[in-house]
Ligand binder design. Structure first.
Ligand code: NI
Length: 207
């Protein structure tokens, strides 16, 4: 994982989020005010068509009416992706137990940034290991490049040979039922990035 790339993406997103906040949130704070989503107004997300873990064509609109947790990564990722996904899906499982009706309105989605190796069967094997409701999406290199760009995600192949690594943004998003960006899901090595914190984010925004 290339820290530089991720930091750049995080900075980019922080800038986006800040721009969103300052542009359209005159009344953040105050115990009675409705808190504006941190990513409200950010230009993240756009229509796409990709292929899911069963080989079915899926579009961004396929999830209309559902909240979406979107994680970009790749199945060969040695440590970061599996750790993040495990935490996210652990939190999601707890959310399902506590608020099953609300959890049913949330679709967790993994999108590959390594379409060459992440074929449909590889993706299926991967997502199934984390949670039965996790959907995995892949596509052609061109499709993936466009989706990543539209979702403010950067990635790049870091080495040659069949065991190459791919550096990529580590910025899982929570989107609303209309595909609107809401917040970043807390991940990373810092103490705040726990399943508890992820659960709190779901609790706060999924209504
Ligand atoms: Ni990764």
């Amino acid at each position: 994982m290339a820290g530089y790339a991720m930091n750049k993406a995080s900075f980019f997103l922080a800038t986006l989020a800040f721009a969103g906040l300052s542009a359209c949130s005159p009344s953040v704070g105050g115990s009675n005010s409705v808190q504006e989503a941190p990513l409200a107004g950010a230009r993240i997300g756009a229509p796409f068509t990709l292929t899911d873990q069963d080989g079915t064509s899926v579009s961004w609109d396929s999830f209309k009416g559902k909240y979406r947790i979107v994680y970009f990564g790749y199945t060969f990722c040695p440590d970061v992706c599996p750790v993040d996904l495990q935490k996210i899906m652990q939190a999601f499982t707890r959310f399902e137990k506590q608020k099953p009706a609300l959890a049913a309105k949330v679709q967790p989605i993994f999108i590959s940034v390594d379409p060459e190796r992440d074929t449909v069967p590889v993706i299926k094997n991967y997502v199934t290991a984390f949670h039965p409701r996790l959907i995995g999406l892949t596509g052609t290199p061109d499709q993936i490049a466009k989706v990543a760009k539209d979702f403010a995600v950067i990635y790049s192949k870091e080495s040659e040979g069949e065991n190459y690594l791919v550096s990529h943004s580590r910025t899982p998003y929570l989107f609303g039922p209309q595909g609107n960006p809401i917040a970043l899901i807390p991940v990373g090595e810092n103490a705040e990035a726990t399943p508890d914190a992820i659960l709190a984010t779901l609790d706060q925004w999924v209504k």
